[in-house]
Design a protein around this ligand. Sequence first.
Ligand SMILES: CC(C)(COP(=O)(O)OP(=O)(O)OC[C@H]1O[C@@H](n2cnc3c(N)ncnc32)[C@H](O)[C@@H]1OP(=O)(O)O)[C@@H](O)C(=O)NCCC(=O)NCCS
Length: 184
Amino acid sequence: MRRTQGDDVVVRTAGPDDAPGLDAMLRLLTPTSSFMRFLAGFGEPKPGLVRALLATGPRRGALLAVLPGGTAVGHACWSVDDAGAVDVGVVVVDGWQRMGLGRRLVETSLGHARDVGAVTLHLDVHPMNRGLLATLRRRLPTARHALADGLVGIDVRLADLADLAAAATAEHRRTTRQPLTSQP
Ligand SMILES: CC(C)(COP(=O)(O)OP(=O)(O)OC[C@H]1O[C@@H](n2cnc3c(N)ncnc32)[C@H](O)[C@@H]1OP(=O)(O)O)[C@@H](O)C(=O)NCCC(=O)NCCS
């Protein structure tokens, strides 16, 4: 299996027909990743869980990150409540982590959620997921963090994410601009 920077991986919407592929993907997760995502260890993915992770509806959806051959290496699901908060759950198979797939899955989820009226993002992160929490604190400076039911709940306005993305793009352009050279 070729492991590039995730460029060959496609993020696409998923549905009930993807149950076998998602089941196979969940079996590849290490116990740590499985625990950080589902907050419980499971030997065999339960069919009910797989179905729930692929549920679609007017204000919910599922996504898979798939290799050219069709193998799923990442999953996200999102749902928007009546207050306009989108809850996103995401997991990437361990060997494919840190290649930008988690970000693509979350950003695509947020795109769909915005289309159906989401205005804030809610994430629940286990307190032991320290690396991810540190990253989120750095990348989402305006987010509210609150401990509830043993989890760190993170809430941030989607408008703030758009502002951050625009600022990051401007900074990237500024720092990569080539100096003008004088013509010979
Ligand atoms: C969290 C997870 C989905 C991120 O997916 P990923 O494909 O590895 O993430 P990306 O490569 O898109 O990285 C996104 C950002 O998160 C950071 N990041 C990802 N995993 C991290 C970790 N374990 N520790 C610290 N930072 C992390 C990346 O450095 C990157 O930050 P940057 O944009 O500032 O460079 C993946 O690590 C995973 O499946 N973990 C286990 C399940 C889990 O924790 N789910 C989240 C529950 S809310």
